[in-house]
Design a protein around this ligand. Sequence first.
Ligand code: KIV
Length: 275
Amino acid sequence: MSTQQEIRRLTAPDIRARKGGEPVVCLTSYHAHTARLVDRFCDVILVGDSLGMVMHGFETTVPVTLDMMILQGHAVMRGSRQALVVVDMPFGSYEASKEQAFASCARVLKETLCGAVKLEGGRRMAETIAFLVERGIPVMGHVGLTPQSINTIGSFRAQGRVEADWAPIEADAKAVADAGAFSVVVEAVEEKLARRITSAVAIPTIGIGASPACDGQILVLEDMLGLSPRVPKFVKRYGDLGPGIEKAISDYAGEVRSRTFPGPEHVYGMRPKGK
Ligand code: KIV
């Protein structure tokens, strides 16, 4: 019998059951090595389409493709063991019809083995979310600021800062919850609105720039580690890794140039005879 304890991965229903309970801790990751670290402390790892901006240097998330998400989603699954891995559906892979959404999401689930997908949009996506959930695809919603709509909204601005804007955002969150999503990301909304949404829906709200009123929080890993050159107001930098990485690279370059690296301890010698 194996002496290793089996670690059970969290599931979408586990996260759904956390409504109003212990805060749901989420971070993004796009790679096996960061997933390994995040997995030890977080309930959910989101393979966010923010990878387009963070990893690839695009100005927005719009150019991200399904193949990019699948490649990184698979890497994150290989690097993690216990967190629920949620893969973001990229722009253009799910909006045209429920059938298009099902085909894209099924590919993501089959090819990455992740536990759920996330898609942006409220009332306009409710029918699609219901269609996916009925067919076995757990969905995390995303309302408030929806970065994939940048070309129609014009800028990455906080939402709901005047009361007149609250009703449609609250209706979006309710529609996503009623359609069967297991949780919903609420991005960049005013605090009182986040509180209203959190008490109005029966699923956990995961805030990013949406105050402590939410049932959980998410940040982009590189933003909170201090690796992103510019970050929104809502990001707290928990680390400042940039200067440390810069110093390591500069030390390496200096030692290669001065021929002090590799040193004798990094060099293979001849194998002793007879071994
Ligand atoms: O793409 C992403 O990283 C996200 C989070 C910011 C919620 O959607």
